[in-house]
Design a protein around this ligand. Sequence first.
Ligand code: DX5
Ligand code: ZN
Length: 239
Amino acid sequence: MTEDILIAPSILAADFARLGEEIAAIDSAGADWIHCDVMDGHFVPNISFGADVIKAIRPLTKKVFDVHLMIAPTDPYLEAFAKAGADFITVHAEAGPHLDRSLQAIRSLGRKAGVSLCPSTPEAAIEYVLDRIDLVLLMTVNPGFGGQSFIGSQIEKIKRIRTMIGERPIRLEVDGGITRDNAAAVAAAGADTLVAGSAVFRGNSAADYAANIAAIRIAAEAGRVPAGRMRVSDGGRIR
Ligand code: DX5
Ligand code: ZN
């Protein structure tokens, strides 16, 4: 686990009336990925936006588009999200009976494939697809809404999934209720990619967003320093 921490602001928390400006703001504020939450009002009890919105904002930044599909079924729409410019397409393990097929379809479209798990879904759901994925997106709230509180039981699941991943080149992303206060704990458990909506889009300028992103990143990086490198003689200062 040597890769850098990545921060993926969720545009669900952006001002939709100024979506283009908000994308430019998080781009200049240091976002690594742009997290796009697609909701259908069926798999989750909320509706957000679809492939046409992603297509419209795609030219506004060169950052990686991390598209989180909270829709069922998924397969009929994968091509549209690939064409819209998604780099990662993530489907929920709970969204249909043929996860393996969906993941093969995403890779055959030339995109990176992700699997998301709801908080109540055991990590065993991904055991037999680990060689077909580039990303695990672990929900740390029940999907459907921004601004919810982090579910603490998921720390143990992050640790278990980190062990399952082993040396595979798979990113472990956490999503829901992530703040500067719990970023260290999720990174210490093994997360390397942090989605944050309301904790990033607090304030109303690129400078505010930059401070928010930096605070989450610094906390996460500190959390991932192995305990053995902290010296009491330094007052626990992280070097
Ligand atoms: C929830 C979404 C999240 C959400 C995160 O269904 O998948 O990406 O936007 O928002 P916060 O960070 O506010 O919990
Ligand atoms: Zn999400």
